[in-house]
Design a protein around this ligand. Sequence first.
Ligand code: TYD
Length: 133
Amino acid sequence: MYKQPYLIEFPRIGNTMEGYISVAENKTLPFGTNRVYWTYYTPESIRRGGHAHHQLEQILVAVSGKIIVETEMPGGVKERFILESPNVGLYMPIYCWHIMQYTHSSVQMCIANMVYDEKDYIRDYNEFLRLPR
Ligand code: TYD
């Protein structure tokens, strides 16, 4: 059975007077980290993503602004997540088809279990639909 996407709350250290620090460490993540990348200045009219992965698991965080993430798992379960708290991330398991839309000022940080590998991508939605349920 496939793992499902879910929200993760990171620790939030600090207070309104001094500001906050949030932390992600391998010991509290659902996977070991091998890559961090970030996405920014995406026009609001653009929908990014539109793919799934064979082995990649990742956690998306809107460290600034707001990101709407639509997910679909093999079998057709669709969900919509709104990321707008810097201490909340969205865990996306393998085979999670995802589409993201950003407010212009938003910055998406992504923590991933694997280095970049184009061969790991499923970019053809029909191929995704043919995956076993
Ligand atoms: P892609 O993962 O398709 O972006 P998004 O999911 O935000 O739509 O990647 C876009 C381009 O950037 C693609 O040509 C591959 C390249 N890229 C890397 O070279 N390394 C990376 O770690 C990532 C995430 C993308």
